[in-house]
Design a protein around this ligand. Structure first.
Ligand SMILES: [Zn+2]
Length: 810
C-alpha cells in the first residue's frame, strides 16, 4: 500500500531519532535475507505505527511471526524508546526497482545492487520510508568471498565466513542521518580505481575516493580512469570551496552499475551510474560531456538532497533542478567542459520547452497536497523538474548575481542533516537580497508555461516586447548583416517594451547567452539574416540558441522538414563545434521519427548523409564519433556498411549500429558473428535491437512475443523496442500499433512503476502517413479513456501530445 501524505505527516509527528542496523545475506542466487534492527523514539507512548516492507516472506518481528499485511509491519503499544528486530526473505528483481540482480553475459558473474529511490527502499529493507524520517544506517553484507561490496558508509572490515570460507562478511561504519530513499548497497566482483583525495576537513587530511565497474568493463575503466579521477577531483574541490557546510560523508565512491533505471543516483558517499556511461568505443562529444555533467550533478546532491532533504516529494524539484543546474555550471567552470551550456541549449532546455507545452505540464513547485502519494510524485520526475527547473534557477542566478550562492549557503547551513521546504529556501534567499524573491517564485515556480520575447521595429530601431508575465534578465546581442557581432548588452525586460536605442537596422538576438527560459520571435529581417549566415555566427552558445529556434519552428509547423534539410545542408555541413554538430543531428533525426511521412525519408536521409560525409572528409577527430553513428544508423548504402564491418577500424558501438541498420534493411547475416565477437551487456542489448529490426513478418512476430512476453529486463525491453519500430517499416509494423496499446497496457498493469514507464517510452515513434498517425492518435486517446496505471497513463498522455503536435503543430 503506497504511503499517503497524511500518514507520513502523522508518523513524522510520532517517530524520531531513528537508527537502523541492517545485515543482508546475498549468497543465494534465488532470494536474499535481511536482518534489521530499528531503534527509534516515540512522542506518544502507547501509540501505534508501522514499518513498510514490500513483497517479503517469513517476516518475523522480535523473533515471532510478524503482524504483516499489505506491505506493512504493525508496531503497536510503543514505548518512549523502542528497538524492533525484523527478519525476512525477499526476491531479487530485474526491473531496476529494488534489489536488482544482473548476470553479466560476458563472464557469468552476478551483481546485486539495492537500487532504492523515492518509495522503493521498502522493497529492499524494513523502514519508515519517507524522506523526513532520516536514520543512521549501520550495514553489513555477506556475499561470495571474491566479491567486493560498496555501500553508503565507509568500508571498515571484511571477514571470511562459512565453513569453507567461501563467503565474506563486509562491514561498514555508521552513516550520518540520511533519508531511507538514499539507502544503497552494490555487490559483485567489481574492478576498482581508488585514491586518497586531499580534504582539509578529513581527520587524516584525505578521504577514500574510488571508481568501480563490472569485471568485464575493466578495459574501459582503466582507459578512462585518469579522466574520471580528474573530473571527480576538480568538481569536489569546486563544491567544497563554494559550499559552506563541509562534505558530510566519510568517503566518495562512484560505481557503474548494471540495470539502473536512472542515469545515475545520488546515494550518499556511493553514487550509482548506469554502466552504459562507460562506453565501449570512442565516446562522442555529448557522451563525454554528459558524463562530466552527471558526475557534477550527483556530487551537488551530496549537499542538495542528501545533506538537506525535502520533507515530502513536492520539493523533489528543488533537489533535481538545483543539481541539474550545478551539473552544467560545474562541468563548465571546474571540469573543463566550457561548452556545457551550449549543450544544454540544444539538448536539455528543449525537453523543458516541450514538456511545458504538454497537458501534463505542472508548476515547478507544486503543493504537497497535489502529490498525494509516490505514484503521482514519480510522474513528476520529468523535464519540468529537471530541464525547466535548471533553466529557471539559471535565470534566478542571473537575476540575483552573487546573492544567489549566498542564499544557497544560508539554506544549507540552516538545515544540514535535516529537511526543508521551498518556503525555507525562499527565506534563505530573501535574507541575502533586496530583490523580491517571493514575487519572483510566484511567477516562475508557481505558474506553468513560458513567455515569448518578440523583436519588432520602430523606424528600424529594435524593440523587445515580452508576451507573458515573468521578469527576465538576459543579454541581447546585435549583429551586422553578415551576423558579425556589433554589441552585447545585459537588459531587464518586464511589463514595459524595451527600445534598443543605438541599434537601428541591426540584427538583434535576445537571450543570446541563453540566460532565460523563453521562446524567441525574431523580426523578419533578423530571421532572414540568421538563416542565411547561421554558421558564421561566432559564439557557439548563441549559435546553439538559434539552432534551437530553427528546430522549434519545424516542430511547431512554422517551417517544414525540407526547410530543415536545406539548413542542415547549408550550415550543419560546415559546423565544426562537435557538440552543436551532434545535437542538431539528433534533433533532426527526432523530428524525422515524429513528423516525417515515409516518402519524406529518402531526401531527409540524403541530407544527413551529406552532412556526415562532409564531417568525415574534414578529418576532424572530434566530429567523427557522432558522424559515424548517424551515418551508420541511416544510410541505405549496404556496401558501405559491409565494408566497414569487414574492416577493423570501427569501434564496437558503431559496428553494432551498422549491424542493426543492415538487419533493418533486410540483411541479418552479421548479427550472429557480432554477438560472438562482443559478449558484453551492451552487446547483448544491441543484438536484441538488431534481431527486432529484421523486416520479415516472422522476425517481427518473434520479436513481438519476446517484447510482450514479460521475460525481458528493463534495459532489454528498451533495446528490443528501439529495434522493432524500424525507420522504413511503417507498413510492416502497422498491425502492431494497436497490439502495442492493448498488450503494452496489460503488461504494464501486471508490472511496477519502472516497467510501466519503460513500456510507455517504447512508443511507436516512426515515420508514417498522416492518416496512420491520426489513427494511432485516436486509438491512443480511446485507450487512455479506460483504466490505465498512473505512470503509464502519464507517459502515454505525453505521447498523445507529441502526436497532436506532429499532426497540427500545436
Ligand atoms: Zn539528480
Amino acid at each position: 500500500m503506497a504511503l499517503k501524505l497524511p500518514e507520513a505527516r502523522d508518523r513524522a509527528a510520532l517517530v524520531s531519532d531513528v537508527h537502523t542496523t541492517v545485515h543482508l545475506d546475498l549468497r543465494s542466487t534465488e532470494e536474499y535475507t535481511v536482518d534489521a534492527t530499528v531503534r527509534f523514539s516515540c512522542a506518544e507512548p502507547g501509540a501505534s505505527t508501522f514499518l513498510e516492507l514490500d513483497g517479503a516472506r517469513d517476516v518475523t518481528l522480535d523473533g515471532q511471526p510478524a503482524p504483516y499485511a499489505d506491505g506493512r509491519i504493525a508496531l503497536d503499544g510503543l514505548a518512549a524508546s523502542n528497538e524492533v528486530r525484523v527478519t525476512a526473505t525477499l526476491p531479487y528483481v530485474t526491473d531496476g526497482d529494488g534489489m536488482t540482480v544482473t548476470v553479466d553475459p560476458a563472464d557469468g558473474e552476478r551483481y546485486v545492487c539495492a537500487f532504492t529511490a523515492m518509495d522503493i527502499a521498502h522493497k529492499v529493507i524494513p523502514c519508515f520510508d519517507q524522506p523526513d524520517l532520516k536514520t543512521t544506517f549501520t550495514v553489513s553484507v555477506t556475499g561470495p568471498a571474491h566479491w567486493t561490496v560498496l555501500a553508503n558508509g565507509l568500508a571498515i572490515s571484511q571477514e571470511r565466513e562459512g565453513e569453507d570460507g567461501g563467503a565474506r562478511r563486509f562491514s561498514f561504519a555508521p552513516t550520518p542521518p540520511i533519508s531511507t530513499y538514499l539507502f544503497f548497497v552494490a555487490a559483485g566482483p567489481w574492478v576498482s580505481e581508488t585514491w586518497e583525495e586531499p580534504y582539509e576537513h578529513a581527520e587524516s587530511g584525505a578521504l577514500p575516493f574510488g571508481w568501480h565497474a563490472r569485471a568485464s568493463q575493466e578495459r574501459e575503466l582503466r582507459r578512462d580512469a585518469a579522466e574520471l579521477r580528474r573530473i571527480t577531483s576538480t568538481c569536489f574541490r569546486w563544491f567544497t570551496e563554494a559550499f559552506d557546510p563541509p562534505y558530510a560523508f566519510d568517503d566518495y565512491q562512484q560505481v557503474f552499475t548494471p540495470g539502473l533505471n536512472w542515469g545515475a543516483m545520488e546515494f550518499p558517499g556511493c553514487v550509482a551510474f548506469r554502466d552504459q556511461y562507460l562506453v565501449q568505443g570512442a565516446p562522442t562529444a555529448l557522451q563525454r560531456q554528459w558524463l562530466a555533467n552527471t558526475i557534477a550533478h550527483e556530487m551537488a546532491h551530496m549537499w542538495f538532497g542528501d545533506l538537506v532533504t525535502m520533507e515530502w516529494w513536492q520539493d523533489t524539484w528543488l533537489n533535481e533542478s538545483f543539481a541539474d543546474y550545478m551539473g552544467y555550471e560545474v562541468a563548465a567552470l571546474a571540469a573543463g567542459y566550457d561548452d556545457a551550456w551550449t549543450t544544454a541549449a540544444l539538448t536539455r532546455k528543449p525537453t523543458g520547452y516541450r514538456a511545458d507545452l504538454r497537458r501534463s505540464t505542472h508548476r515547478i513547485a507544486e503543493d504537497a497536497e497535489q502529490l498525494i502519494d509516490a505514484d503521482t510524485a514519480f510522474a513528476n520526475f520529468d523535464m519540468i523538474t529537471y530541464a525547466k527547473g535548471n533553466a529557471v534557477l539559471r535565470q534566478l542566478g542571473t537575476w540575483l548575481g552573487e546573492d544567489f550562492l549566498a542564499g544557497v549557503n544560508r539554506h544549507l547551513r540552516s538545515h544540514a542533516f535535516g529537511n526543508a521546504t521551498l518556503a525555507d529556501f525562499l527565506d534563505a534567499l530573501d535574507a541575502e537580497t533586496d530583490r523580491d524573491v517571493r514575487g519572483w517564485a510566484e511567477k516562475w515556480l508557481r505558474t506553468t508555461g513560458f513567455d515569448t520575447i518578440e523583436v519588432t521595429r520602430r523606424d528600424w530601431v529594435p524593440v523587445l516586447t515580452r508576451h507573458g508575465s515573468r521578469p527576465h534578465r538576459f543579454t541581447v546581442s546585435a549583429y551586422d548583416d553578415h551576423l558579425r557581432l556589433v554589441e552585447t548588452r545585459t537588459v531587464d525586460l518586464d511589463d514595459e517594451p524595451l527600445v534598443l536605442e543605438g541599434l537601428a537596422g541591426r540584427v538583434v538576438v535576445p537571450n543570446a547567452g541563453d540566460e532565460t527560459f523563453v521562446a524567441l520571435r525574431l523580426d523578419d529581417h533578423s530571421w532572414e539574416v540568421v538563416t542565411r549566415h547561421l554558421s558564421a555566427m561566432e559564439s557557439s552558445l548563441t549559435r546553439a540558441v538559434l539552432w534551437w529556434a530553427v528546430i522549434d519552428r519545424v516542430e511547431s509547423h512554422g517551417s517544414s522538414l525540407a526547410d530543415l534539410s536545406a539548413l542542415l545542408g547549408r550550415h550543419l555541413r560546415v559546423e565544426r563545434d562537435p557538440v552543436i554538430f551532434e545535437s542538431v543531428l539528433a534533433a533532426a533525426l527526432r523530428i524525422a521519427r515524429l513528423y516525417a511521412a515515409p516518402e519524406d525519408l529518402p531526401a531527409f536521409f540524403r541530407s544527413v548523409e551529406e552532412v556526415c560525409h562532409a564531417a568525415l572528409a574534414e578529418d576532424e577527430p572530434a566530429l567523427e564519433p557522432a558522424a559515424l553513428r548517424a551515418l551508420a544508423g541511416t544510410t541505405r548504402d549496404r556496401d558501405l556498411l559491409v565494408r566497414w564491418l569487414h574492416g577493423t577500424a570501427l569501434d564496437q558501438e558503431v559496428r553494432w549500429i551498422a549491424v542493426r541498420r543492415l538487419a533493418e534493411l533486410g540483411d541479418p547475416s552479421f548479427i550472429a558473428a557480432e554477438e560472438e565477437r562482443d559478449r558484453s551487456v551492451s552487446g547483448h542489448l544491441a543484438a536484441l535491437a538488431a534481431h527486432a529490426a529484421v523486416p520479415t513478418p516472422e522476425a517481427k512476430a518473434e520479436a513481438w512475443a519476446r517484447l510482450m512476453g514479460g521475460g525481458l529486463g528493463n534495459h532489454e525491453l528498451t533495446a528490443a523496442a528501439a529495434g522493432f519500430w524500424g525507420w522504413e517499416q511503417a507498413d510492416l509494423v502497422a498491425p502492431y500499433l494497436d497490439r502495442y496499446l492493448v498488450e503494452g497496457l496489460a503488461l504494464a498493469t501486471a508490472s511496477g512503476q519502472a516497467m510501466s514507464q519503460i513500456i510507455g517510452r517504447a512508443f511507436p515513434y516512426l515515420p508514417m502517413t498522416g492518416a496512420a498517425r491520426q489513427q494511432l492518435r485516436d486509438r491512443l486517446a480511446e485507450v487512455l479513456d479506460g483504466e490505465v496505471p498512473t505512470v503509464l497513463a502519464r507517459t502515454w498522455n505525453d505521447a498523445l501530445d507529441d502526436l497532436d503536435r506532429a499532426l497540427t503543430g500545436r
